[in-house]
Write a protein that binds this ligand. Sequence first.
Ligand SMILES: C[S@@+](CC[C@H](N)C(=O)[O-])C[C@H]1O[C@@H](n2cnc3c(N)ncnc32)[C@H](O)[C@@H]1O
Length: 195
Amino acid sequence: MTDRSNGYDPVADRFAAIRSDIGVEVVRDWARTLPAGAGVVDIGCGTGWPVATTLADAGCAVAGIDASPTLLAAFRRALPGADTACEAAEDSDFFGRRFDGAVAIGLLFLLSEAAQAALIARVGRALHPGGRFLFTAPRHAVTWHDTLTGRVSRSLGEGGYRTLLADAGFHPPRIIADNGGNDCFTAVAASTERA
Ligand SMILES: C[S@@+](CC[C@H](N)C(=O)[O-])C[C@H]1O[C@@H](n2cnc3c(N)ncnc32)[C@H](O)[C@@H]1O
């Protein structure tokens, strides 16, 4: 079967072993901006720790999507009641639902430029008006090799993401650095329904 996880399933155990809690404070602060009991889809959710577990602790109803069967199995153990889908973000219909929030931590830059653009557009459509999107990517356009998988990662940079977010109906993003120096984009879906 084709690996859609951009090389993460074969290194799942190693990824799980080295994942730190870097970025948790940004996720926790972001969760405070959501309505009580918000429905949040975690795209590229990994094991669920620490992102989805932080969201669940904040009272969110989290659903997880990941293309790695091994990592999603760990997510299901960590959040037994959560909706989950083992599928590529590029193909996902986000459970055929709309959400109050979407997070994609450590995912976007694993995808091709075209796939990143398509995903941001579909996140825009999957959010309720006023819904919020949090994702990580270097604010400078850059390519590098993922330290775990060796595969090429690519950030489209602040300008690229600003354009894609605007095209997808988001207000201009805020960009903050987490405690590990990772750039985090937060954007709010325009409250007017788009055609
Ligand atoms: C760097 S890890 C981040 C995991 C998690 N978000 C976290 O912060 O711990 C990237 C995750 O994206 C998943 N992934 C990679 N390509 C994907 C794709 N095309 N669709 C869905 N998930 C994907 C990997 O399996 C992995 O769980």
